[in-house]
Design a protein around this ligand. Structure first.
Ligand SMILES: C[S@@+](CC[C@H](N)C(=O)[O-])C[C@H]1O[C@@H](n2cnc3c(N)ncnc32)[C@H](O)[C@@H]1O
Length: 279
C-alpha cells in the first residue's frame, strides 16, 4: 500500500509568508563581529585593559551579546529590550547555539532602557541607530544620563549615527544578500522625512527568490539626530570625552571600514560613523 503523503500545509505559501524576518534582518543589517571588534579594540586602546562586562541596549535578538560572550571566557553581557517577542526569538535562535558556559554569562532583561537598573558595566553599546527612537531632547538627554550612571568609573558608551544629504531624501536602496543559498534582496526605504522636526519614517522590505516580497518586515519611526546635537547632549550628560570615528576611503573610492577619531569630515551623500563617550 503506498504510504500516504504528508499534506504540505504550506503548499501554497510563498517564501515571504514562511521566511523568518529576524533571520533575514541579522543576515542583511547586523554585523555583530565588526561592531564588537570596534568596541573591544577602542576600549583596550583607551583603558589599557580589556572590557569584560558589556550591556547591549535595544538588544533585539541579542546577537551582539552572544558575540561578546564568545570572545573571551571572562566576558559577560546584559541585553535589554522592551519586546518579549524579539527576546524570545534571541533565546531560541541565538542563545541556544552557545556553549553552556557562554550562555550562563548572558542576562536578557525585558525592560525599558530608560528605566533599567543594572550593575556597573565597562561598556554600554547602542547600535544601529536605536536611540533615534527617543525623539525629543529631554528624553534623549535622560537616556544618556542613565547610561552614564550605569557605567563603572572606566566605562565607555558606544553608539552609531548616520547622515549626509541622502538621509534627508525619500529614497529606496537595494542590496543583494548572499545567504549561501539563492540569496535575497534587502531594501532600505526612507519613506518620509520632515525637515522641520527631523522625523524620519523608514521600512525594511525583503524580496525572496520565489518572487514574493515581505513588505515592511520592519518599520522605524525615528528622529534623525545630527552629530552636533548628539555630541552636545553627551557632553551635557556629563561624559568627559566624546569622540566621533569616521571612515577613510579605499583605492576604489569606497569607505574602507576603518573607523578613526575625527574632528572634521568632508561633505558626503551618506555616511555612517561610531561615537564613544567616556565616563
Ligand atoms: C532596530 S532594533 C535594534 C536591534 C539591534 N540592537 C541591532 O543592532 O540591530 C530596535 C530594538 O529596540 C527595542 N526598543 C525600542 N524602544 C525600547 C526601549 N525604550 N527600551 C528597550 N528596548 C527598546 C525594540 O523592541 C527593538 O527590538
Amino acid at each position: 500500500m503506498p504510504r500516504k503523503r504528508k499534506q504540505n500545509k504550506n503548499k501554497h505559501a510563498t517564501m515571504a509568508q514562511t521566511a523568518d524576518r529576524h533571520k533575514l534582518y541579522e543576515q542583511s543589517v547586523q554585523c555583530a563581529e565588526a561592531e564588537i571588534d570596534f568596541v573591544d579594540k577602542t576600549f583596550k586602546r583607551r583603558r589599557k585593559r580589556r572590557a569584560q562586562v558589556l550591556r547591549e541596549d535595544f538588544c533585539g535578538t541579542a546577537n551582539v551579546c552572544c558575540e561578546w560572550v564568545r570572545r573571551r571566557r571572562q566576558n559577560q553581557a546584559i541585553g535589554i529590550d522592551l519586546d518579549p517577542e524579539v527576546i524570545d526569538w534571541g533565546r531560541q535562535h541565538n542563545l541556544s547555539k552557545l556553549k553552556a558556559h557562554e550562555r550562563t554569562r548572558i542576562a536578557l532583561l525585558e525592560q525599558d532602557v530608560l528605566l533599567a537598573k543594572t550593575e556597573p558595566v565597562d561598556v554600554v553599546s547602542a547600535m544601529n541607530f536605536s536611540y533615534w527612537l527617543l525623539k525629543d531632547r529631554k528624553t534623549l538627554f535622560e537616556y544618556f544620563c542613565r547610561v552614564r550612571e550605569s557605567l563603572n568609573n572606566q566605562g565607555i558608551f558606544f553608539l552609531d549615527a548616520y547622515g549626509g544629504y541622502d538621509s534627508h531624501r525619500e529614497i529606496e536602496e537595494e542590496r543583494e544578500i548572499d545567504d549561501g543559498g539563492d540569496g535575497f534582496t534587502y531594501t532600505w526605504e526612507q519613506a518620509s522625512f520632515d525637515p522641520i522636526t527631523h522625523r524620519l519614517i523608514c521600512h525594511i522590505h525583503f524580496d525572496l527568490p520565489d518572487g514574493s516580497r515581505m513588505e515592511r518586515a520592519f518599520s522605524y519611526d525615528w528622529r534623525l539626530w545630527t552629530l552636533p546635537e548628539v555630541q552636545d547632549l553627551l557632553n551635557n550628560a556629563g561624559f568627559s570625552r566624546v569622540t566621533v570615528y569616521w571612515q577613510g576611503w579605499d583605492k576604489n573610492g569606497e569607505a574602507d571600514g576603518k573607523f578613526k577619531p575625527a574632528t572634521h569630515a568632508d561633505a558626503d551623500a551618506g555616511w555612517i560613523c561610531y561615537l564613544s563617550a567616556e565616563k
